[in-house]
Ligand binder design. Structure first.
Ligand SMILES: Cc1cc2nc3c(=O)[nH]c(=O)nc-3n(C[C@H](O)[C@H](O)[C@H](O)COP(=O)(O)O)c2cc1C
Length: 205
């Protein structure tokens, strides 16, 4: 492609697309037509110009965590999950609350990363979209800070009464929720930029 043939707007657009930040989006719900997966798809669509969002579809295929399984005998699905987290500039976790805690499938996925550093200093946005969700929200913040993920209030959100705030196609119909989702995503982008700046500064001494 000859750059001279491009309009300035098109050039800016293509450069932005090339430099999109890689985001791994993890839904804690394995339900088809999940509200939580819809939240992730909504963010992916809104931010398509600046974020390359991959909604992880493998959570239900991860085997049960077992510390006896050595690193050289890891199931392929686990290796893939760890690599996806490791290679992402940032992660968004969006989950319902089950029985006042995190769904087992999400907790299981996180457990597979505990002996690694894939989440260490990784910018992670935390969203709980549930009926109530307070306990899961607190648990998620505790778990992710324990494994040294970078989290912040600006990139954390509890959406209560979630089902009534999205239509049957998963579109956010509540204006306040739309605003909050944008604020959380902007908070994640700010954390990614800050992390890059800190890395460059430590690299340059
Ligand atoms: C087994 C089970 C347990 C649940 N327990 C809770 C709970 O403790 N707190 C809560 O807020 N919602 C609870 N819910 C409701 C879900 O969080 C709610 O329906 C949520 O919107 C589902 O998200 P999804 O549409 O992404 O699957 C429970 C649902 C199920 C299936």
């Amino acid at each position: 492609m000859d750059l001279a043939d491009l309009s300035f707007d098109k050039y800016v657009y293509l450069s932005m697309k090339k430099n999109r930040k890689k985001i791994l989006a993890i839904s804690g719900s394995t339900r088809s037509k999940s509200t939580n997966e819809s939240v992730l798809q909504v963010i992916a669509a809104w931010y398509a110009d600046v974020l390359d969002v991959r909604v992880y579809q493998g959570i239900a295929n991860l085997p049960h965590f077992n510390p006896d399984i050595a690193d050289d005998a890891l199931p392929a699905a686990v290796k893939e999950f760890r690599t996806l987290v490791d290679q992402a500039d940032g992660v968004i976790i969006c989950t319902p609350e089950y029985v006042f805690s995190l769904p087992g499938s999400l907790k299981n996925a996180i457990e597979w990363t505990v002996s690694t550093t894939v989440f260490s200093h990784k910018p992670v946005a935390l969203i709980v979209a549930s009926a109530s969700g307070e306990k899961a929200f607190e648990a998620l913040k505790l778990i992710m800070s324990t494994i040294e993920a970078k989290i912040s209030d600006d990139a954390s959100l509890l959406i209560q009464g979630a089902k009534g705030k999205f239509d049957k196609d998963g579109k956010a119909i509540d204006e306040q929720v739309q605003e909050s989702l944008k604020k959380v995503t902007d908070g994640l982008i700010a954390m990614i930029k800050q992390t890059r700046k800190e890395m460059l500064e430590s690299y340059n001494g």
